[in-house]
Write a protein that binds this ligand. Structure first.
Ligand SMILES: [Zn+2]
Length: 152
C-alpha cells in the first residue's frame, strides 16, 4: 500500500495514524501511545481508578490478565473501561479513515463513559463496605448494589 501511495494522493496515507496524523498506524501506537488515544485513555482510566497503569498495551494486558476472573466491582468496572476505550479508539480510527466524520477527544471520553455506565445498569453487585466505597468513589449509583433481600 505504501508503494501504491507513493505517487498518489498524499492525504490518503494508510500507514499513518488517522487520529494524530503523525504516528504509525500500529497496534502499539493506537493503544494508547498515540497523543489523541492517550488523552482519551488517561481521562477514562482515572474514572475507573486505574490511573497507575501506563499507556503501554503490555502493561494494560498484564493488568487485565491479573483480574480476568475477578467479579469484584472495581475489577468489573476496570475491565469495562479498558474494553470500551479500546473499542471507541478503534472505532474512531476507522471512522476517520473511511468517512469525513470526526469526534473530539472529549466526545470520545463522554461516549466511552456513557457506554460503561449503560452496561453497568445491567449488573448488580453484592453489597459490602468495599463495594459501596468503589461505587461512591466512581460517582456510581447505589442502585447497582443488590437489595438486601437478594443477598442471601
Ligand atoms: Zn496517533
Amino acid at each position: 500500500m505504501r508503494a501504491w501511495n507513493a505517487s498518489g494522493n498524499a492525504n490518503f496515507n494508510l500507514m499513518c495514524c488517522s487520529l494524530c496524523t503523525s504516528g504509525p498506524d500500529s497496534h502499539e501506537h493506537l493503544f494508547f501511545e498515540c497523543g489523541y488515544a492517550s488523552e482519551v485513555w488517561n481521562a477514562v482510566k482515572v474514572k475507573a481508578d486505574i490511573g497507575a497503569i501506563t499507556n503501554q498495551w503490555h502493561a494494560i494486558f498484564d493488568y487485565l490478565v491479573g483480574i480476568a476472573n475477578s467479579n469484584k466491582a472495581s475489577h468489573v468496572i476496570a475491565k469495562l473501561v479498558v474494553s470500551a476505550a479500546a473499542y471507541f479508539v478503534w472505532d474512531e480510527r476507522n471512522r476517520r479513515l473511511f468517512t469525513t466524520k470526526r469526534r473530539s477527544k472529549m466526545q470520545l471520553v463522554d461516549v466511552n463513559l456513557s457506554r460503561v455506565r449503560l452496561k453497568l445498569q445491567t449488573m448488580r453487585f453484592k453489597s459490602s463496605v468495599q463495594t459501596e466505597r468503589v461505587l461512591r468513589n466512581r460517582s456510581l449509583p447505589r442502585g447497582l448494589l443488590l437489595a438486601d433481600d437478594d443477598n442471601g
